[in-house]
Design a protein around this ligand. Structure first.
Ligand SMILES: O=C(O)C1=C[C@@H](OP(=O)(O)O)[C@@H](O)[C@H](O)C1
Ligand SMILES: C=C(OP(=O)(O)O)C(=O)O
Length: 455
């Protein structure tokens, strides 16, 4: 790695106890750009990745609503969980990162300790979409805001759904956008939820539903994107003692209940694991990710099925998943609908230029509303590498070809940085600008990537 090595154990103690919730602000320790050196030989590695962002942030909110003290084992400690832990702490919940990087949360048994206040969620979609419903449990008003990009990301489908359940939520600035002001009280009843721009709206309503005074029935209207994340939501709710009923295909039913605190082990992050699997695919190497395997609640582990179709051999076992890239180096292009696993479409887009045939990715229009307009950003950066990429409304078509050296713009999007860094493993001269954006979900990503080379 040129420049300083961010996120290394020497520079950045992750998971240390203290008021920084184990997430030291390391952005200033990153260089302005990082050049990823090509690997000298294909990796033959067994790696661990931190806990799932999605599971961590659900478990944190639910633990705060629960009765009793929860310990989260192997949580993700990164910007996204930092903003959620800080928000909960600002609301008066005792949240602590203890020895070993575990997190304890003192639940309010359905109450919020501070009667009013302000919270800030950075650019964490999970915090932005899970907290408004939870805030209806307190007295209010509570103001919730985020970074400028969060003020552009959609939120009205969540506000509308909670409103149908009796929540009083106002837009403090522009109509339909962050920041919001939330007042207390959630009646319950029946709501129609639109989740075509983000599944996080449905998840956010579900998480707060047990706190309503009356039973809640939710009917999903229109497309539901990123479906497996709703399964993660109901799985974490179940672990804290609340069942979600499914009266019919598009309906969810939750009775009034108080979550029960529990000790909860967070499984490794499957979206984060995708970069390490992809590194094996790209180099003809072998990478095993420990602790992530059969029975995972995360849809993104199915990225390995895409790699299998591209010619990799994949083993999803009980306690690990292992990917071996094709020995002859022949990665095949694929046509794949990635609606359900869209965080990994960028990982695939970084592999596609090296395949022996074109790749077509569809079903990902909703990613235009995420950290950046991801379809457009990916097409732009592939073109910067000299690769032909055709953008459509809901996808991208990538034609393999020679890849030239380039300085990659990352648009404050951790997944653009992490995915395009993979190109650097096989092509010299790939610079990643603003590499600090990886702190959103994987602060020591570049150290981990370099370690694949045995470093
Ligand atoms: O609920 C979650 O934890 C997430 C849902 C997905 O968002 P969308 O439903 O907006 O696609 C995913 O992209 C995001 O990284 C995490
Ligand atoms: C879309 C993502 O994040 P968020 O939770 O902010 O939506 C992501 O991590 O790729």
């Amino acid at each position: 790695m040129s420049g300083t090595t961010p996120g290394g154990p020497a520079g950045v103690p992750l998971g240390v106890p203290g008021r920084d919730f184990g997430v030291k602000d390391v952005r200033g320790e990153f260089p302005e750009r990082i050049e990823v050196p090509p690997l000298e030989r294909p990796p033959d590695a067994t790696v661990r990745v931190p806990g799932s962002k999605s599971v961590t942030n659900r478990a944190l909110v639910i633990a705060a609503l629960a009765e009793g003290r929860t310990t989260l084992l192997n949580p993700l400690l990164s910007d996204d969980s930092f903003w959620l832990m800080k928000s909960l702490s600002d609301l008066g919940f005792p949240v602590e990162v203890v020895e070993g990087g575990h997190v304890t949360v003192g639940g309010g048994a359905g109450k919020i300790p501070r009667p009013s206040g302000e919270v800030f969620v950075g650019n964490a979609g999970t915090a932005a979409r899970f907290l408004p419903g939870a805030l209806t449990l307190g007295e209010g008003p509570y103001r919730i805001d985020g970074v400028p990009r969060m003020r552009e990301r959609p939120i009205s489908d969540l506000v509308d759904a909670l409103g149908q359940l009796g929540a009083r939520i106002e837009y403090a600035g522009e109509e339909g956008r962050f920041p919001l002001v939330v007042r207390g009280g959630l009646r319950g009843g029946r709501a129609v939820v639109r989740s075509a721009k983000s599944s996080q709206f449905l998840s956010g309503v579900l998480i707060s539903a047990p706190a309503a005074r009356e039973p809640v029935t939710l009917a999903v209207e229109g497309d539901l994107v990123s479906k497996p994340y709703v399964g993660i939501t109901t799985a974490v709710m179940r672990a804290f003692g609340v069942e979600v009923g499914r009266p019919s295909e598009g309906e969810f039913y939750v009775e009034p209940a108080t979550y029960r605190a529990t000790d909860y082990a967070v499984e490794p992050d499957a979206s984060g694991a995708s970069y390490f699997f992809a590194a094996a695919a790209l180099t003809g190497g072998r990478v095993r990710v420990e602790g992530l395997g059969q029975g995972s609640s995360q849809g993104d582990l199915r990225f390995t099925e895409v790699l299998r179709r591209m010619g990799c051999s994949v083993e999803v076992a009980e306690g690990y998943t292992e990917v071996r890239g094709p020995e002859n180096g022949d990665l095949k292009g694929v046509a794949v609908d990635m609606n359900e696993i869209s965080d990994t479409f960028i990982t695939l887009a970084a592999l596609a230029p090296f395949a022996s045939s074109p790749t077509t990715i569809t079903g990902i229009e909703h990613t235009r509303y995420q950290e950046t307009d991801r379809i457009h950003a990916v097409a732009t950066e592939l073109e910067r590498l000299g690769v032909e990429a055709r953008e459509s409304r809901d996808g991208i078509h990538i034609i393999p070809g020679p890849v030239r050296a380039a300085e990659i713009e990352t648009y404050e999007d951790h997944r653009i940085a992490m995915s395009f860094a993979l190109v650097g493993l096989v092509r010299p001269g790939i610079g990643i600008k603003d590499p600090a954006c990886v702190t959103k979900t994987l602060p020591d990503y570049f150290r981990r990537l370099a370690a694949l080379g045995g470093g």
